[in-house]
Design a binder for this molecule. Sequence first.
Ligand code: HAM
Length: 419
Amino acid sequence: MGKTFQSVRGMRDLLPDEARRTRWVERRAQSVLASFGYDEIRLPLLESTEVFSRSVGESTDIVEKEMYTLEDRDGGSITLRPEGTASCIRACLEHGLIHNQPQRLWYAGPMFRYERPQKGRYRQFDQIGAEAFGMAGPDVDAELLQLGDHLFRDLGVRAAVRLEINTLGSSADRTAYREALVDFLTPLRERLDADSQRRLERNPMRILDSKNPETQALLKGAPSVSDFIDNESRAHYEGLKSLLTALEIDFVENPRLVRGLDYYTHTVFEWVTDALGAQGAICAGGRYDGLIEQLGGKPTPGAGFAIGLDRLVLLVEHAANVAVPGGLDGYCVVLEERFTADAMRLVDVLRQAGLNIRLHAGGGKIKAQMKRADASGARFAIILGEEEIARNSATVKWLREDVPQETLGRGDLVARLKG
Ligand code: HAM
């Protein structure tokens, strides 16, 4: 036997059970997005590296050490997208989609980050993202959260997630806060963990996110973003909170929530679960009013989120009490080779009626075929033999219930199998 191979570290195969669950969650998400009036946009996996370095931020973990960047054959630098917001804006600007008009878009697909793999954290992972352009008010922020709330209810996981929100103020507020934070932390530098020391110069607000308990203890006396935000930002935030309250969407204010990407202003949020261990953020986003200009467009407000599909699927598996549809309904056994065409015709009628039917292929004894039927997970087996074909009927054996098999005329078959 020759050499065998393994997948690249952090890049998983989704085996049929998980793939089916993933497909189902994806479809629910897409139908909720459509019901909110969001249109799909499909974006390439590769972009010019600068699309991300200029948006996500030069000194963020993503740009500093997590991007899969390669030299194209013509010498240009290209990057496998680590996120979708920057790509989406690039596309909107390129095609004039947000020229003097609001736009609500969604996208889905794999993203790539060179992170340390663990449960819920992969180097290739899937996101479903939504972006709303050209609307500056808190109404759109609330809509994005209503969308999440709606989807999580739909999937039966709403009770397993909590919504955390914060405001970072305008970019001027952020700069002032950043300075105050550096002033506060610099004298404490030696007592910070190594990562936080490194971040002190490059990206000090990320220190607020540190998981190190000593660093967290030092941060107790740190200045809070909320002391630095101006009246306009405050009004925006209050507007959002009162909409959420009116919509009865529960939320928790977390003044330490800062996000790992640089482009946020005003509202930031995360939907978090405790059910999956360390990788608890299921969906995250916020407002990015300066980003479109930063990527070469006219000043245009924007807000959005991305769902981590891998994590949401894990949560659905873990917390939701729902049956995932899309599995096999029936398995058709073929008693003799000469019945094959009849069997193929019959199962296709059942498929047209919406049932998922697998046809036994490759011959074999009935016992072996029934074993396959059982192992397939199907609810029933269909047996076609001489008599059934002569009488235009089929025999149905229920595989998961202790009831006798029955022979039904073709007219009654569909109704019985779907019931
Ligand atoms: P993000 O917080 O970097 O934001 O990612 C959003 C979500 O993607 C996370 O909450 C998590 O569920 C999932 N995710 C991130 N990294 C991984 C990973 N290595 N493995 C598995 N899942 C992961 C963004 O990407 C922004 N573009 C969101 C956004 C859209 N903001 C505004 N619009």
